[in-house]
Write a protein that binds this ligand. Structure first.
Ligand code: NAD
Ligand code: MG
Length: 389
């Protein structure tokens, strides 16, 4: 007897980005399993319109309001509902017509719609790590109270999540987060001081959006991922270890109380963790490139260079301190990365902006969601005032 399965209705927040477009690739390979219900984009109206025409969602949002008329006109022959502005993200996140949100917006902007989904008990496939970095405690608590499953999309966290399937009763001794080391692995400050935007945008193993590519080059990405892991897996800071693994074949590992270590491996391809998060708890057959150990005869591991890549130390400090510290770190980093991408500051200045902002903004031990918004705003204003290098 053939089983009739209900299609999962997916809301893709950030559909025009690296994660969003790859999620749509996964979905178009499995039209029998998924329907696109919502698409959102910030400013790339042309791509959003072509995605809407192809996937025929119920609703779309363009957050840049100046593009609304253009998008609306382009879709006038369809019944797709078109919304504009930041507030609309929360409004569509509040719809009850989708089953899973793919949270693929970059940065702090992803927090509010994701909170809305979690408050409504929706399943969230979470790529937007900044949401947990900023307000992990509140997001996870809200998810728990509303029984909203959060399935990680970030490759390291997906790896850990996959290693934990079937291990619910077994405490984690520690996790080992692997890091490629980025394009400047082995380099020293006298080299980094001259690094320019276009060089930093070349990642050796992954093709990603601009912000996370710079975060990977500065190792802030791994710092953010330590904090993300703390909240996702309820860990203490000393249970989180970072190891440099330049081949990016082992996506991360879990060590259990008996010393046994589980790893999840494969060719670096974000479509796999995206697909796993959308299809969890099932695995779907696909044609992605298979890993061959003969092509990778050597997998290597080394200690991160904390002296050169000081962002890792700053993120560890934020992880240890808790409260609003990671929110402040994240806000300053978003401003600094933006300034670096505009060629306004140098590569090493990114760390300086984050460090000074962390020293300046008042510490709050137990922030409310409102406190996080305020700390984010204060940190951004202060970080922006430092940009006159
Ligand atoms: P991206 O820059 O390629 O895409 C970002 C998406 O968010 C776009 O659709 C854009 O329109 C939208 N967006 C940007 N600013 C916005 C705003 N202010 N308001 C509303 N929407 C906005 O980024 P990406 O590389 O796809 O990354 C998305 C998230 O996933 C990030 O948090 C990143 O850390 C995480 N992530 C990405 C990868 C990857 O391979 N790209 C891997 C792991 C985690
Ligand atoms: Mg990652």
């Amino acid at each position: 007897m053939s089983e009739v399965t209900q299609k999962k209705r997916v809301a893709i927040f950030g559909s025009t980005g690296s994660i969003g477009t790859q999620a749509l690739e996964v979905i178009s390979s499995h039209p029998e399993l998924f329907d696109v219900e919502i698409l959102t984009a910030h400013s790339n109206d042309e791509l959003l319109v072509s995605q809407a025409l192809k996937f025929n969602p119920n609703a779309i949002v363009i957050t840049d309001e100046s593009k609304y008329d253009k998008v609306k006109d382009a879709l006038s022959s369809t019944s797709i509902k078109v919304f504009a502005g930041e507030k609309a993200l929360e409004e569509v996140a509040d719809f009850d017509t989708y089953d899973v949100m793919l949270a693929g917006i970059v940065g702090f902007a992803g927090l509010k719609p994701t909170m809305k989904a979690v408050s409504n008990g929706k399943m969230v496939a979470l790529a937007n790590k900044e949401t947990l970095v900023v307000a992990g405690e509140i997001v996870m608590q809200t998810a728990l109270e509303n029984r909203a499953p959060i399935i990680p999309v970030d490759s390291e966290h997906s790896a850990i999540f996959q290693c934990l399937v079937g291990e619910a009763r077994n405490p984690i001794e520690k996790i080992i987060l692997t890091a490629s080391g980025g394009p400047f692995l082995g380099k020293k400050p006298n080299f980094l001081v001259n690094v320019k935007r276009d060089h930093a945008l070349q990642h050796p193993n992954w093709s990603m959006g601009a912000k996370i590519t710079i975060d990977s080059a500065t190792l802030m990405n791994k710092g953010l991922e330590m904090i993300e892991a703390k909240w996702l897996f309820n860990l203490k800071p000393d249970q989180i270890e970072v190891v440099i693994h330049p081949q990016s074949i082992i996506h991360s590992m879990v060590q259990f109380q008996d010393g046994s270590i589980k790893a999840q491996m494969g060719i670096p391809d974000m479509k796999l963790p995206i697909q796993y998060a959308l299809s969890f708890p099932n695995r779907i057959k696909n044609e992605f490139t298979r890993m061959s150990f003969k092509k990778y005869p050597t997998l290597t591991f080394e200690e991160p260079d904390y002296k050169t890549f000081r962002n890792l130390g700053l993120a560890s400090e934020a992880l240890q301190k808790g409260g609003n510290m990671a929110c402040v770190l994240n806000a300053a980093n978003e401003i600094a990365v933006w300034a670096f991408l505009k060629n306004r500051i140098g590569f090493l200045d990114i760390t300086a902006v984050v460090e000074k902002t962390m020293e300046k903004i008042s510490f709050i031990q137990k922030p409310t969601l409102k406190d996080y918004f305020e700390s984010d705003g204060e940190a951004r204003t202060f970080a922006a005032s430092l940009l006159q290098f």
